[in-house]
Design a protein around this ligand. Structure first.
Ligand SMILES: [Zn+2]
Length: 241
């Protein structure tokens, strides 16, 4: 990798942490307008874990079980989100790449697994396997218990946009280590957390970030939560894999 002037400007901003979700801090602390102000693309989850959020062009949408896919109210509050002011470093066209092969190709081009990466992939996807998280009701279940009630569905062939982030292994618990992506179709009618997919043909844009900022929730439930999770790694892999 060529040495270049260090940019201290751009960063991925994350609201709350995966450890906080493992600590059952499910109630939304961050209004959508605050999140949209920090970037152009992003993902997150709904208040009380209700649904999967995706942001493109600084506009947020959410897929919820039993509701039409819709634009989010900017005053709605969410418990977790990740956002970046996306301006692609590079892009390439690709065909017949599954989720793992797609990420391997991006990492090969970046030449390192030690940075944060934002992805935006547009095109036709096959075998798009999506998940919607269910709303958590009190008394709040663990994340693993909650996701036992997730809704899974598949689209055999669909045009749209995948947006998400790749984080190095060392940041598991703070964020989701490895690849975490959400999807929204071209007509903005459906979407969710991507469990699996194949890019049939399309364009992969990516940007490498040396900056990663975290905003912690200013809330009693977060202040009092136990954030030390012995089984955190397997719980995150189970919930977000
Ligand atoms: Zn997700």
């Amino acid at each position: 990798m060529a040495q270049k002037e260090q940019s201290c400007q751009k960063q991925i901003t994350q609201f709350s942490t995966m450890n906080a979700l493992l600590g059952r801090v499910y109630e939304g602390g961050f209004p959508v307008h605050l999140i949209e102000a920090e970037g152009t693309i992003g993902l997150g989850c709904g208040d009380c874990m209700d649904g999967e959020m995706i942001m493109d062009d600084s506009t947020s949408y959410i897929g919820r079980i039993g509701s039409p896919f819709s634009r989010m109210d900017t005053n709605e509050r969410v418990p977790f989100a990740q956002v970046a002011p996306f301006a692609a470093d590079d892009s390439f066209t690709a065909a017949k790449l599954d989720k793992q092969a797609l990420m391997e190709e991006v990492l090969r081009r970046v030449g390192s697994e030690n940075y944060f990466i934002a992805l935006r992939v547009t095109g036709t996807f096959t075998d798009m396997k999506l998940r919607l998280a269910p709303k958590a009701d009190k008394p709040y279940p663990s994340l693993v218990e909650l996701f036992a009630g997730q809704k899974e569905f598949s689209e055999p062939s669909i045009r749209g946009t995948v947006i998400g982030f790749w984080a190095p292994e060392a940041y598991q618990g703070i964020t989701v280590a490895g690849l975490h992506i959400h999807f929204m179709d071209e007509a903005k009618q459906t979407g969710g957390h991507v469990l699996d997919c194949t890019l049939a043909e399309g364009t992969v844009e990516y940007e490498v970030y040396q900056g990663f900022g975290i905003r912690l929730p200013e809330r009693q439930d977060f202040a009092q939560a136990d954030l030390n999770h012995e089984d955190g790694d397997s719980a995150i892999r189970h919930a977000e894999g």
